[in-house]
Design a protein around this ligand. Structure first.
Ligand SMILES: C[C@H](CCC[C@@H](C)[C@H]1CC[C@H]2[C@@H]3[C@H](O)C[C@@H]4C[C@H](O)CC[C@]4(C)[C@H]3C[C@H](O)[C@]12C)C(=O)SCCNC(=O)CCNC(=O)[C@H](O)C(C)(C)COP(=O)(O)OP(=O)(O)OC[C@H]1O[C@@H](n2cnc3c(N)ncnc32)[C@H](O)[C@@H]1OP(=O)(O)O
Length: 382
């Protein structure tokens, strides 16, 4: 796999850090999640392929253990607000002095500087500060957010993972590590570059929810079907719009021009009426294999069974039969090989990992009896 041999330490955090770690693990990195010694369970829903050690970072000995692990690692992911690592004596200037090759990735909401650097926040706050939230939603309604996908996972996890891979690549030339200041506000903003860079094009000149790509256009939105499901329509180009009308059995001469903004609500009503005439399955039979750009809005139950997804193996199930998306993108020679084992318990691999990193059996026992580390035994949890 592409990242085989890369050793990653992921300090346990909420959603963005865990997904960043999982991406790296899926593509072959050895990812060790560092949990709190007092934690009884992990909130990490994206622990695939990781190992867990449980360590008390509020003790001098625990700090030393982490420093030791950092010396032998390639990447550290820390998900705390600015200042937490410095307060622990684990700031980048300390850690990089001991291992100048380390990629020290700081995955936060507001970044390492600025007025909000030390404020608590979540995805919705970061997307709001990025400006993007103001563009999402229907006209005359409150802005709506697409789950916590934009800042946490796209602007956060993915951007940070890209930064890590770029830093690892650069290290092959310089031999040097570096600090990554991955702010979800900035990651989300950057993700919105298309919106920024097309400001003068007229694409966004109307209020929120009334433009071509934000739900305003009748040819770029969703419609309810007779069975209460939905179809997604993305027939932007005239030749595809023509196919859409054909599938809906509508005549273009009976409708206003496709790009007549003022007529969009009227056209939308017409399309909505039409879509209500048939079930999702019937619409699929009509539109599948055409260029109308009309697809079913699939539920999580249906998505794994969809023919296209099945043909590509886009989803897979782990040993416990839980389906999830296959890692993307597909690399032709060195594709990801996601683990199908169950997620690690907190501290399940403390002993194993510390031994691998050179700690003696006695050192490990002493650390355990003094509460610096915790080791959980999966058998005792059965
Ligand atoms: C919208 C999302 C948030 C969604 C959360 C959900 C993803 C999860 C909530 C509940 C989870 C589910 C639940 O647990 C049940 C299931 C469990 C199962 O195992 C998995 C499935 C579950 C369904 C599970 C699934 C999900 O996990 C949940 C639904 C977001 O937006 S997340 C993005 C949040 N923002 C950031 O990450 C930005 C950067 N971070 C921060 O700003 C802050 O960390 C944050 C998030 C505001 C939290 O602030 P807090 O004050 O709590 O922390 P920090 O200031 O960062 O300081 C950390 C302190 O902890 C000390 N520390 C750290 N490690 C150790 C250690 N090993 N030992 C000892 N101490 C440690 C550290 O020193 C700091 O101490 P101080 O405060 O004294 O400095």
């Amino acid at each position: 796999m592409a990242l085989t041999g890369v050793r990653v330490l992921e300090l346990a955090g909420l959603a963005p850090g865990p997904f960043c770690g999982m991406i790296l693990a899926d593509f072959g990195a050895k990812v060790i999640r560092v949990d709190r010694a007092t934690a009884t369970f992990s909130g990490d829903g994206m622990a695939r392929g990781k190992k867990s050690i449980a360590l008390n970072l509020k003790s001098a000995a625990g700090i030393n253990v982490l420093k030791n692990l950092c010396k032998q690692s390639d990447v550290l992911i820390e998900p705390f607000r600015h200042g937490v690592m410095e307060n622990l004596g684990l700031g980048p200037e300390v850690i990089l002095k001991e291992n100048p090759r380390l990629i020290y990735a700081r995955l936060t909401g507001y970044g390492q500087s600025g007025k909000y650097a030390q404020s608590a926040g979540h995805d919705i706050n970061y997307v709001s500060i990025s400006g993007l939230l103001s563009r999402l939603g229907k006209h005359d309604e409150n802005p709506t957010f697409p789950l916590n996908l934009i800042a946490d996972f796209a602007g956060g996890s993915y951007t940070c993972a890209l930064g890590i891979v770029m830093a690892l690549f650069e290290r092959t030339r310089s031999g040097q590590g570096q600090v990554i200041d991955s702010s979800m506000v900035e990651g989300a903003s950057y993700l919105g570059s298309f919106v920024w860079k097309t400001q003068k094009s007229g694409l966004w000149s109307r209020p929120r929810g009334e433009n071509v790509l934000d739900g305003g256009a009748p040819f770029y939105c969703t419609y309810r079907t007779a069975d209460g499901k939905y179809m997604a329509v993305g027939a932007i180009e005239p030749q595809f719009y023509k196919e859409l009308l054909k599938g809906l059995n509508l005549n273009s001469s009976d409708l206003p021009n496709q790009m007549s903004f003022s007529d969009w609500p009227k056209i939308k009503d017409k399309f909505a009426e039409k879509f209500l005439e048939k079930t999702q399955k019937q619409w699929c039979q009509i539109f599948d294999g055409t260029d109308a750009c009309v697809t079913p809005v699939l539920s999580f139950e249906d998505v794994t069974m969809h023919e296209h997804n099945r043909e590509r193996g886009s989803f897979f199930s782990n040993d416990e039969g839980e389906p999830s998306p296959r890692p993307a993108p597909l690399l032709s020679r060195t594709p990801a090989a996601p683990s199908s084992s169950r997620d690690p318990l907190v501290g399940e691999h403390t002993r194993e990992v510390l031994a691998e990193y050179g700690f003696s059996a006695k050192e490990i026992s002493d650390l355990q009896s003094s509460g610096v580390i915790a080791c959980s035994n999966p058998k005792s949890q059965l």
